[in-house]
Write a protein that binds this ligand. Structure first.
Ligand SMILES: [Fe+2]
Length: 463
């Protein structure tokens, strides 16, 4: 399995891998195999460790001084769905050409400690915003480091991976926070949204200024409650993806991911003005699809051939799935591929096209270009990492090994580094790998000596 978003194969019969050839098979041998999201390198690790002074092959660039921290599900006692496991952070401290330590720590939410409070109050349908697995991403803004899952408040942690607690912006945030907030590289503002209310507003846009003070709270009018995992900003706009993976109460009651495909819902991109968030959001119908992850978006002012007041063209680049969860949230049926939507505000049209046909996920860019034209998109393919730029895709294969999301780190020479964990199939251990982002050549491989389970998103936090 190289690509967690596509490959937990839950269609395989549970008993296919468990029988031995011995005639006197004991009870353990005929136990059902674990679900795909709990098997192989998706299987959780059972303890927290710290390893100091890690061995390195190659050379860690001396200008790397900081922490690489990554989040992902690591259920203490099983989970109904890959997205629902208790969050565990895996971090490496890098300084002076050395990897000083690796450590893994669960995020100490109430749910980690066994609090049975449900996300939705069964009597009122209201959300309990402190109910969290905090398992999806980790970001920093205004001096705080936040572990995120889209259904709850952020959970503040330290760079050493200790949990501080739920963070609600001093009582100002009464909503969940997407796991994919965007920091504007020009203003330092944190843009995000929350979703999940059973009653409208299902989606609310929020903005914190560069000091971390919430300054905008703006409900977004959508026809229904859909799974809105990511969004986009440009220099002038905020984009919302209202796509046909809709809330299903019966799935919620069953305790699994409460969303499924609805072919009748339609699909649309919403465009909000950054300078006037309370102005009506303009919605543009698109071909139905699903998007977990946006690579980037940017606008080209005045590029529309039509219109007078609003004549910008917005380009959105993301990983598009033709459908998602048609037969429920355990099926990752189709492949996701890199795709572009060009939204012409003057003409009121959207033109979309595939940028490639290979299966990828976890697209990232140099985040100092967020919302502006980017140089390159980096993503995980099948046992490889892929760089997309104007010259066409460049792929670096890892054999049987499995790289995770490539995080871009600016470098002194302008080429940049990519950092990620790579699972080594032969030894069943993981390395922290540093690549030259410009040609994907490997600069260093830090041997953790332990396994980092397949997970979601991370970031580099410079010292
Ligand atoms: Fe994500």
């Amino acid at each position: 399995m190289s690509l967690p978003f596509s490959t937990p194969d839950t269609t395989a019969p549970d008993t296919s891998t468990t029988h031995t050839s011995t005639p006197d098979t004991d009870a353990a041998d005929i136990a059902p195999a674990p679900a795909a999201h709990l098997a192989g390198n998706f299987a959780p690790v059972d303890r927290e460790i710290t390893v100091d002074r890690l061995p390195v092959t190659g050379s860690i660039p001396p200008d790397l001084d900081g922490w690489y921290l990554r989040n992902g599900p690591n259920p203490r006692a099983g989970s109904a769905h890959w997205f629902l496991g208790d969050g565990m952070l895996h971090g490496v401290r890098v300084r002076g050409g050395r990897a000083e330590w690796y450590r893994n720590r669960w995020v100490r939410t109430g749910q980690f400690d066994g609090d049975p409070t449900p996300l939705y109050d069964p009597a009122t349908g209201e959300r309990n915003l402190a109910v969290s697995h905090a398992n999806t991403h980790i970001v920093a803004h205004a001096g705080r480091t936040l572990a995120l899952v889209e259904s709850s408040l952020p959970w503040e942690v330290t760079r050493d991976l200790e949990t501080l607690g739920a963070y609600d912006f001093g009582g100002a945030l009464r909503d969940s926070m997407t796991a994919h907030p965007k920091i504007c590289p020009t203003t330092g503002e944190l843009h995000f949204f929350g979703y999940g209310n059973l009653r409208a507003p299902h989606v609310t846009y929020h903005r914190a200024d560069e000091t971390g003070r919430l300054v905008v709270e703006q409900p977004v009018d959508v026809p229904g409650l859909t799974m809105m995992h990511d969004f986009a900003i440009t220099e002038r706009y905020v984009l919302f993806l209202d796509l046909p993976v809709v809330f299903d109460l019966s799935l919620a009651m069953a305790g699994t991911m409460p969303y499924r495909w609805d072919s009748g819902y339609g699909a649309r991109i919403g465009v909000m003005r950054r300078d006037d968030p309370s102005a009506p959001v303009r919605w543009f119908e698109i071909e139905p699809c699903y998007v977990f992850h946006v690579a980037n978006a940017f606008d080209t002012p005045g590029a529309s051939g039509a219109g007078e007041a609003d004549n910008d063209v917005i380009t959105l680049v993301a990983v598009r799935y033709p459908t998602m969860w048609v037969s429920g949230p355990d099926s990752f049926d189709p492949d996701g591929t890199l795709h572009e939507w060009r939204i012409d505000l003057g003409a009121g049209t959207v033109v979309e096209r595939a940028l490639d046909d290979r299966r990828i996920e976890f697209p990232r860019i140099d985040d100092t270009h967020a919302g502006r034209r980017h140089d390159a998109v980096y993503a995980v393919g099948r046992h490889d990492l892929v760089r997309y730029d104007g010259a066409g895709p460049l792929a670096r294969g890892f054999g049987a090994d499995e790289p995770g999301e490539p995080v871009f780190v600016p470098s002194a020479d302008g080429r940049g580094y990519l950092i990620t964990y790579v699972y080594r199939a032969e030894t069943a251990t993981s390395d922290l790998v540093v690549l030259d982002a410009s040609d994907l050549s490997q600069l260093a491989s830090v041997h953790l000596g332990v396994r980092v389970p397949a997970g979601f998103h991370g970031n580099w936090f410079p010292a």
